[in-house]
Design a protein around this ligand. Structure first.
Ligand SMILES: *Cc1c(COP(=O)(O)O)cnc(C)c1O
Length: 365
C-alpha cells in the first residue's frame, strides 16, 4: 500500500458505490463440501466437454491466472483485476468512478476509441486534450491535461503509451508528475496494451509511490490471444476490491482461462519474447522502407506493433493496398489524421507485400 494512503483514492469512487458488495454468487461463498448442489449446475458433463471441467461456473478471478499475470506484470495478485479484455476494465473504471452528468473523463485524441465509448455510455462528460503533432511525433501535452482535469473536476485521465494509433510514448517521470498534480482529484490510467513492444519500462513501477496511477495490460496483442479476451487492470488493492464488486459475477469463461494459462507457460512466453524481438526489427525495417517511398509524407516513430503513415494521397494508398489484398486501418476520420493510415506490423512476407503494393502504386501513378 502506498504512502499516499487509500483514502484519497477511494474518495474517487462514486459515493453510492463505496460500500457496495456486488452480487453474492454461489462461487463467492467459501464452504467445504463434497457434493455441490448450490448453483443449479448440471450434475453431468456436456458430451462436448471431455473432462467435464466446464460443467460448473468458473472462479470469478481464477487464482492461478491472477498469480501468473501478477508475476508477468510485476505486481501482487491483490493489485490485479482480470477481465474480458482491457475493454471491460476501462468500462468498469468509468462506471465505478464517474457519476453520470457530473464526473468528467479526460482523453487525448487521436487515441483508442473505447475510453470515449465507455464515457458516453455512462453519460459522463468527455474532455478532449488533443495530442500535439511535433518533430518528434505526437506528444501528450501534460500541462494541458493537468489543467483540463482540474478545471473539469475529472475523475479519470486515460493516457495511452505506446499510444494507439500514433505510436508515441509518455516518459515515466511525466506520468508520475501528472499523478502528483492530480493526487486527490483523479486516477491516471496508463493503457499499456502495446507495452511489450516498447523500450520504455512499465508505469506499474510508479504505483508504489503514486496510488492514483493504474495500468492496463492485455493478452490481446503481443501474446496473440485476442479471442481469449483476457485483459488486466493493475491498481491499488483497495480500488481493485471495489471494481471486483462491480464486475459481472463470472466474467472469465473457463476455456479462455485454460488457454491463457497454457499461453503463459515458460515455453510460450519464450516464444512470445522472440516474436516481439522479430516484430520490433520488422517495424524498424518497414519504417525505413516506407520513408523512402515517394507518396509517403511521414512515418511516425512507433513503440507499438504498427506504424502511422501520412500519404500524399491516402485514398489511393488505401485502394492500392486493398487491390493487393492488404487491409490496413483507415485513420482519415480521426482528428489531425486526415491523410493517414495505420499499418499493423505483420510477418516479414506480409510487410514485403505492403511495400510491393505501395511501390507498384507509384509506378502506376
Ligand atoms: C487493442 C487495445 C486494447 C486491448 O483491448 P482488449 O480488450 O484487451 O483486447 C486496449 N487498449 C488499446 C489502446 C488497444 O489498442
Amino acid at each position: 500500500m502506498s504512502a499516499n494512503g487509500d483514502e484519497s483514492l477511494l474518495a474517487l469512487v462514486r459515493e453510492d458505490l463505496r460500500g457496495f458488495g456486488g452480487y453474492a454468487s454461489a462461487r463467492s461463498q467459501s464452504f467445504q463440501g463434497e457434493v455441490w448442489l448450490n448453483a443449479n449446475e448440471s450434475p453431468w458433463a456436456n458430451p462436448a466437454d471431455g473432462s467435464g471441467g466446464n460443467r460448473r461456473y468458473p472462479d470469478p478471478q481464477p487464482q492461478a491466472l491472477c498469480e501468473r499475470l501478477a508475476g508477468l506484470y510485476g505486481c501482487s495478485p491483490e493489485q490485479l483485476l482480470v477481465g474480458r479484455g482491457s475493454d471491460e476494465a476501462i468500462d468498469l473504471l468509468v462506471r465505478a468512478l464517474c457519476v453520470p452528468g457530473r464526473d468528467a473523463v479526460v482523453v487525448t485524441p487521436p487515441v483508442f476509441g473505447m475510453y470515449a465509448v465507455s464515457t458516453r455510455l455512462q453519460n459522463a462528460p468527455l474532455v478532449e486534450v488533443p495530442l500535439r503533432d511535433t518533430e518528434a511525433g505526437f506528444i501528450a501535452d501534460m500541462d494541458a491535461i493537468a489543467a483540463a482535469a482540474l478545471q473539469s473536476r475529472a475523475r479519470l485521465v486515460f493516457l495511452c503509451s505506446p499510444s494507439n494509433p500514433t505510436g508515441g510514448t509518455i516518459a515515466l517521470e511525466d506520468i508520475a508528475a501528472l499523478a502528483e498534480r492530480l493526487h486527490g482529484h483523479a486516477l491516471v490510467v496508463v493503457d499499456e496494451a502495446y507495452g511489450e513492444f516498447s523500450d520504455l519500462p512499465s508505469a506499474i513501477g510508479l504505483m508504489a509511490r503514486r496510488s492514483n496511477i493504474a495500468v492496463l495490460r492485455t493478452l490481446s496483442k503481443a501474446h496473440a490471444l485476442a479471442a481469449a479476451r483476457i485483459g488486466s487492470l493493475i491498481a491499488d488493492a483497495a480500488l481493485i476490491r471495489v471494481l471486483r464488486a462491480c464486475q459481472a459475477p463470472y466474467p472469465l469463461p473457463g476455456p479462455c482461462v485454460q488457454l491463457a494459462l497454457a499461453g503463459l507457460d515458460e515455453a510460450a512466453q519464450a516464444l512470445t519474447r522472440q516474436r516481439v524481438r522479430l516484430l520490433k526489427a520488422e517495424r524498424m525495417q518497414l519504417q525505413a522502407a516506407l520513408v523512402r517511398l515517394p507518396g509517403v509524407c511521414r512515418v511516425y516513430p512507433s513503440q507499438g506493433n504498427y506504424l502511422l503513415v501520412r500519404f500524399d494521397d491516402a485514398e489511393q494508398a488505401f485502394r492500392s493496398l486493398l487491390t493487393a489484398g492488404v487491409v490496413v486501418r483507415d485513420q482519415r476520420a480521426a482528428p489531425q489524421l486526415g491523410d493517414a493510415l495505420r499499418i499493423s506490423i505483420g510477418t516479414p512476407e506480409q510487410n514485403a507485400r505492403v511495400l510491393a503494393a505501395l511501390s507498384a502504386q507509384e509506378i502506376a501513378a
